[in-house]
Design a protein around this ligand. Sequence first.
Ligand code: NAP
Length: 462
Amino acid sequence: MHAIIEIGYLIATLSFLGGLKFMSSPKNAKTGNLIAAMGMVLAVVLTFIAAVSATVPYINLIIMLLAIAIGTVIGKRVSDKVEMTGMPQLVSLFNATGGGCAMLLGLVEANQMELATVILGNQILLIAGLVTGAVALTGSIIAERKLAGKVKDRRSKTVIISARLLLGLLFLLPVLYFFGIIPIGFTAFMYVLSLIAMIYGVLFVLPIGGADMPVVISLLNSITGIATAFAGFVYGNKAMIAGGIFVGAAGILLTLLMCKAMNRSLMKVLAGTFKKSKNGQVEEEQEIKEISISETALSLSFAQKVAIVPGYGLAVAQAQHICGQLQQLLEKRNVEVNYIIHPVAGRMPGHMNVLLAEANVDYSRLKEMEEGNENMAQYDTVLVIGANDVVNPAAENNPDSPVYGMPIIRTHESKQVIVMKRSMGKGYAGVQNDLFGLDNCSILFGDAKSSLLEIVNQLKLI
Ligand code: NAP
């Protein structure tokens, strides 16, 4: 039985690896997700079988079954209900459960270790898993609350200094404990550590804000992975070790990629130093040109080459399907249509790719930012649908702007830009967009879905 379980864990591990590989292309991402999920189901079943064959008390088996049932029902219901725009919050909550799980394992195992003689290395692993898990638990909950707009950024000195002090304690206390300077039992010590780590998780995330939140979520995801790997070492469970390492590595890579796409250093993100517009800075008055639905439809139909730049507003409006229809309609009229995708458009990496995949947009139509920028001058019309920060020329021209340095899609270099938005509302970074006042830019006010629907209807008549 032991050999079968080990082989099963190996298959589960390989499926995580295969799943990740498939997820590296949007086309195969769904399959990748399915493969990894099947691996996870296998790992859960094997763990249950291992518990049965180890003849653990019946009550434990019942608790395990209950946990599996409750987790399945809640996971299914929450995933069914979540809107695409709420995905980062959901990911954050999943992170919190992973971290909490690692922390609880640490507490449960501390009890066992206190009774038996165990090697120091295992105790250190247990502490590492417990601390990282507790930080991921509360940090992810605060991140979710902040993304939902329920908790505000707190950048006071008290918060920042307290966080640093607690971090110092998390390193110092275990050393003192192992030198016998803290005269309490291992379990009690673990409870103290978990409390400090949970408070640290809250203070760690509180000052971070603005456009940096998705980066922090990715980092917390990585921390959860590391916590799981530590727990896996304690149990000698290879699937847990491998799964944890994959999540940890993927999370940290994603974190660094996002930082690069936003031109922010990870240290600045963690220090909570999202640059704000200078206090009291008067925003330049912009002369905005409005454009109507029929003018937009005409302009699109007479163009030879059109680029669509989607952003967060496309997700809010759920306009991806009608956007796909517009593309097909234009193509029937021999207009070449491409989508130019900014790596941090929307609220999570790949957000736009997922939306467009939902609308069955052919991947060959999707161009990366660099390629789009190289050919920008060739586009007769660029339709910006609910994107704002990622097309703001201030990122290149205004060193005082909070978005300065972020690579952008240079829509202003095309012949004509039409921006679809509901109002003069700002983007995620909360800054004025210099694009809107430029001569070649017009704004089509209205909800993206309704406006696109009307454009499609007009195009059918032209
Ligand atoms: P954005 O700057 O947040 O702008 C979204 C725009 O959509 C707003 O101007 C809004 O204007 C418009 N909008 C909202 N609802 C709409 C609707 N129903 N119909 C039409 N327009 C609508 O979005 P973005 O250009 O995609 O930029 C993403 C931001 O998130 C960047 O600042 C980026 O750094 C940040 N971020 C993203 C990630 C990621 O992984 N994707 C990670 C970290 C940070 P109105 O209110 O006037 O309609």
